[in-house]
Design a protein around this ligand. Structure first.
Ligand code: GUN
Length: 288
């Protein structure tokens, strides 16, 4: 069993981006800038945004976090998005999700300029990605594909089972891996909470991508010997740590890992690759 070391791969990609940014700045140009909008004070969102800010700092990007109270109106948030769209010094713009219930998430996402939509959530980017056209592809699916490519894991003709149909991970990664591309050319089964015979389907998979947010959901007896397992779960569970919690994946690692050819750890697998994809998208948005 080989651990897919997302932390290490992400570190290498970050070093390459940092080199390019240093050259750019040395030539007198401004560095790319990512702006994150954070509404309210959800603990997990705070953590995600601080990781994104740190990653920007590490590679020499400018970054800014705009914090708004949970009571902000949808109209005021839309106005802010318009202002950031119009600001030529802002290359990438993300609005951290989830938003408070009184705000329509898709109204906000659709207001973001697709050229600055480094989360790849705007319908224009989702549509372009589905057609295989150049697009800003959402960060976690892009990071998973990059990780498979880095380890030269064969996907051609393989059966990939994706568990979870979210707009952020499950659906886009299922689409990417079914495309006529490398990595790609998979036969994909997209499973979800209403799927029948999930265990049997998983047992037939060459590659399993677990993205449901249910700690330890994928058990050893659901995985064929030699399968590749990608764990996207990052649920906070109470633990005896400084923060009072730890991140738990969707995979019962102790049972599943011995059966795998490759597996991602949590933390240190998909998470760092997601952040680095966001940096790559910001770089792409900057270059235009
Ligand atoms: N909430 C959880 N994941 C994400 C993400 O990738 N982007 C944004 N904007 N919000 C999130």
């Amino acid at each position: 069993m080989i651990l897919l070391d997302g932390k290490k791969v992400a570190g290498e990609i970050k070093a390459a981006i940092a080199d390019e940014v240093a050259r750019l700045v040395a030539s007198g140009r401004r560095a790319p800038q990512l702006v994150a909008v954070l509404v309210g004070n959800d603990g997990a969102s705070e953590t995600y945004v601080s990781h994104k800010e740190k990653a920007c700092h590490d590679v020499g990007f400018q970054s800014q976090v705009v914090r708004l109270p949970a009571s902000v109106s949808e109209a005021d948030l839309l106005t802010l998005v318009m202002e950031l769209n119009a600001d030529d010094t802002v290359d990438g713009l993300i609005v951290q999700l989830p938003l408070p219930a009184h705000i329509d998430e898709y109204k906000i996402i659709e207001a973001i300029d697709p050229k600055k939509d480094v989360d790849g959530f705007h319908p224009v980017n989702v549509g372009r990605m589905m057609l295989g056209l150049p697009a800003l592809v959402s960060a976690t699916p892009a990071g998973i594909v990059d990780l498979l490519a880095h380890y030269r894991i064969e996907t051609d003709g393989k059966h990939c089972v994706v568990i979870g149909r979210s707009h952020i991970v499950g659906r886009p990664v299922a689409n990417l891996l079914s495309q006529k591309a490398r990595p790609g050319n998979c036969t994909v089964t997209l499973c979800h909470s209403r799927t029948q015979h999930l265990r049997t389907i998983c047992q037939q998979a060459d590659i399993i991508i677990a993205a449901i947010g249910s700690p330890g959901f994928l058990k050893g007896d659901m995985v064929r010997k030699g399968a590749v397992v990608i764990d996207v779960g990052t649920t906070r569970v109470p633990a005896n740590t400084k923060s009072g919690f730890r991140l738990a994946g969707d995979v019962q690692f102790d049972e599943v890992a011995p059966r795998c050819s490759y597996i991602t750890p949590v933390p240190g697998g998909v998470g760092p690759m997601t952040i680095v994809s966001l940096l790559r998208n910001t770089w792409k948005a900057y270059r235009g």
